[in-house]
Design a protein around this ligand. Structure first.
Ligand SMILES: [Zn+2]
Length: 99
């Protein structure tokens, strides 16, 4: 299913390293969730619904080449992440979204 704008898979060792970096940066700077702007507890596991996950302020659907760019990583709650499907973003075509 390659339509010419395939999105790099966000998984494996690289995504774990990215998460570790985002958590370290978020904890050091006390960064809130980039979606709901509420504080994130960086000490709880990322598998927890309130745990830290990685958001791509520039959607991977629209900017697949920025998938692995650390400047395009921001901390967010796992639950907030779940509400941000790339497929949905693509379908709606929210190109004007400002973060
Ligand atoms: Zn949140």
């Amino acid at each position: 299913m390659d339509d010419g704008r395939s999105i790099p898979a966000w998984n494996g060792r690289r995504s774990q390293d990215a998460l570790a970096q985002v958590k370290a940066r978020g904890k050091a700077n006390n960064l809130p969730c980039c979606i709901c702007e509420q504080p994130i507890d960086y000490d709880i596991p990322s598998s927890d619904p309130d745990g830290c996950s990685v958001q791509h302020p520039k959607s991977r659907a629209l900017y697949p080449h920025l998938t692995w760019d650390p400047l395009n990583w921001a901390p967010e709650h796992l639950t907030c992440n779940k509400g941000e499907g790339t497929a949905a973003t693509l379908a709606i075509g929210t190109t004007s979204r400002v973060w």
